[in-house]
Design a protein around this ligand. Sequence first.
Ligand SMILES: [Zn+2]
Length: 433
Amino acid sequence: MDLVVRDARLHPTGGTRTEPVDVGVEGDRIVAIRPRGGLAGQHTTELEADGRLLSPPLVDPHVHLDAVLTVGEPRHNESGTLIEGILTWAERKRSLTHEDVKERAREAILWEVGQGTGLIRSHVDVCDPNLVALRALLELREELADIVDLRLIAFPQDGILSFPDGKALMREAMRLGCDVIGGIPHYEWTREDGVEEVHFLFELARETGRDIDLHCDETDDEQSRFLEVVAADTIREGMGGRVVAGHTTAMGSYNDAYAFKLLQILKRAGVTIVANPLDNISLQGRFDSYPKRRGMTRVKELDAAGVNVACGHDSIMDPWYPLGRGSMLDALSMLVHVGQMTGRGELFRAFEMVTSNPARAARVEYGVKEGRPANFVVFDCEDEAEAIRLRPAARWVVRAGRLVAETQPAMTVVRHAGSEHRVTFAKREGAPA
Ligand SMILES: [Zn+2]
């Protein structure tokens, strides 16, 4: 075979410890999964996983690649608020060039790929008469196709009805080759404009045959209720499984009776919700004194109600969030803390929010199974809960059967009492109390 990974642990359904396996690849497909030792013989490339977790690639369902790595340009967002972020971005946007966007986005993609992300859905601001960022990212999508599946979402940062020629720019973005239709109804000037925007997105979906992935109710305003419009339109248009709503932080402020009703129609609609905990724990609650809201959508309740929930990175060093290193496990770690999903089973479910759940929303062929594309990551840990706790190195990243990234795990030694102690950050099984 072209590639064999020996002694890896798969957790395809999450949670249940399974026996170690060998995974065999020919060309760009997984052709064999056998109990450990089952793929003997000589193979072109052989990797010893030593019981490490072999996971399908991480998925980042929500990032803004046009804005990454612009922190401090032209100035820092000193208040740290969403609105100062938007105003700072409006200034920076004037100096965007084709090469500037490509260089920054390429760098951030390499960070993500190196840490195990194989599918990225990026919003790209189309409130620009020249669509500079979109043209740059469309090129990058093709240039980096060997290492990442990049999907672009036409994102009207300044609104569609509230921005000159907003509808025409959205149509032009889709005509140029954007994959998915974005939106931002809560940012329109009026409630009525927001509702009209949502209807327009579905009209555009009908015209183009494309899916929808909009920013929705990213505010602490409990009166911001565009998600219900999205759900209703999804049902009426028969677009179940093809619509994603990002952020939906207002859900954290709704009263429980309304939230209950909303959960029911979201489930019926088949709308995916993407939480972006890194940005939102920082950006929301800024008008509160105390108690201060957490600024995240109801991840745990949505998941329990059977709604498909995913976790995005959102920002990597941009005007909204100065931190971030493109690690989906950092984002997920924040999600389980903010969303209080630290139960044993909850940690395993959470891992699906950066793997199979966003993959389902993107409607791609996915998962470590015979016959599937040979896309996977070997993490330097034993299982998904450890992946969230340790945020370990992606030892090997394989895409289409090719080793596209590898990381040497760090090694820590502490010198004490005349000897050296190798620290692995692992709980010693069976260690005396
Ligand atoms: Zn966003």
